[in-house]
Design a protein around this ligand. Structure first.
Ligand code: FAQ
Length: 335
């Protein structure tokens, strides 16, 4: 669509010579890079290279899909939350995640794509969502572990993205991070209660931590050396820190939190490295990571079936809303 827009603009003017087009493109590119260099946000109507636009659409849409699919593992526990207080907190959190998906789809729409196209791409397996949401939530402690670790990891990544170069994405991140902080606190609060509870509750908390720790580290993506997009995304300031830098930051923040809970992180190689000023940690099972990323995660089929069914079941709502909006528009024009 954006290239169509560009061609349309070009078609209204006399046919320029090839060298004039080249000079114009070079000027546009220089202007774009100058904005990136000076930390000026790129806005929807600004010129941007096709590859920058494509990368943003891919990343923001994957992020949106993750938020929406990410409602499923926790939504599974809303009816089984142990107290009314916990149920209210979890309901609010799951609703927030849906809202995050909507802000992010809107941000993607500013790049010239539609939500329908993106959702179809997800449903047809042409787009991804985060690996983390392919794991099952077996006990109530998993809800604590998700809030603490998954939202904790999401915050570390998203705080960094508040400084991303594309304006609508950066602004969406600011609000999302505020809400994620509440999610992280509610998850950690559940873990504190369980860790201070009976022996069975403590064991449940430890078991959830054992199962969610490594998948949480995988959320940050492959090692920098295996990351296809980091180089270009960093040059364009879409990414402000690399996958490994963010993963390290998450580990450094989270280890003391686990110590406070009196729980053990399931990594025999985890230790403080005074020379580096960081925790060293063991190697991630990259075979598992890629298997899950490619659709082989334990809950992938279930997640996609539920997502598609929810989309179909909501069709009448979308149609009713569109018809209502059309009628409102017609009434306003007639008035
Ligand atoms: N899962 O070259 P890179 C949340 C793919 S939100 C699946 O390093 P990039 C809130 C990647 O797409 C969680 N696929 O890629 C919440 C690429 O494949 P492609 C989501 C992954 O983009 C909490 C290939 O591997 N957050 O949790 C993953 O530069 C609780 C090569 O990788 C975001 O999306 C993965 N973990 O860096 C909701 C944040 N990692 O597309 C509910 C925004 C990599 O070429 C409940 N995204 N891949 O086919 C980002 O920051 C980046 O996209 C990264 C990946 C860091 C995820």
């Amino acid at each position: 669509m954006y290239t169509v827009f560009w061609r349309l603009r070009m078609s209204n003017t006399p046919e320029p010579s090839e060298s004039a087009v080249d000079t114009h493109s070079a000027d546009l590119e220089r202007g774009f890079l100058a904005k990136i260099e000076s930390e000026t946000k790129i806005e929807p109507k600004d010129w941007m290279p096709d590859a920058y636009r494509k990368t943003l659409i891919r990343q923001i849409a994957q992020h949106a899909h993750s938020e929406v699919v990410g409602m499923q593992p926790e939504g599974n526990w809303i009816t089984r939350a142990p107290t009314l207080h916990r149920k209210i907190g979890l309901l609010a959190k799951v609703q927030d995640e849906c809202g995050h998906g909507l802000y992010l789809y809107s941000a993607t729409e500013t790049l010239g794509t539609t939500r329908e196209e993106l959702v179809t791409a997800l449903h047809e397996g042409r787009m991804k969502y985060s690996s983390i949401f392919n794991y099952p939530t077996l006990t109530w402690a998993d809800i604590g572990a998700i809030g603490w670790l998954v939202d904790g990891a999401a915050i570390v990544n998203q705080i960094s993205l508040c400084r991303t170069s594309y304006g609508p994405y950066a602004r969406a991140m600011v609000r999302i991070c505020k809400e994620e902080s509440f999610h992280q606190r509610q998850g950690y609060g559940i873990m504190v209660t369980l860790a201070e509870g009976t022996a069975d509750q403590r064991a449940m908390a430890q078991d959830a931590l054992n199962r969610w720790w490594w998948p949480s580290l995988m959320m940050f993506g492959p090692h920098d050396s295996d990351s296809a997009h980091t180089r270009s995304s960093t040059a364009w300031k879409i990414k402000r820190q690399s996958n490994d830098e963010l993963r390290q930051r998450f580990v450094d923040i989270t280890v003391p939190q686990a110590e406070h809970l009196g729980l053990n992180l399931p990594d025999p190689d985890l230790r403080w490295n005074a020379d580096r000023g960081h925790y060293d940690f063991g190697e991630i099972d990259w075979d598992e990571f890629w298997r899950v990323v490619k659709g082989g995660g334990p809950c992938h089929l279930q997640r996609m079936a539920t997502r598609k069914a929810a989309h179909e079941n909501g069709r009448w709502v979308r149609e009713a809303a569109a018809t209502y909006a059309q009628k409102q528009g017609a009434d306003q024009q007639a008035a």
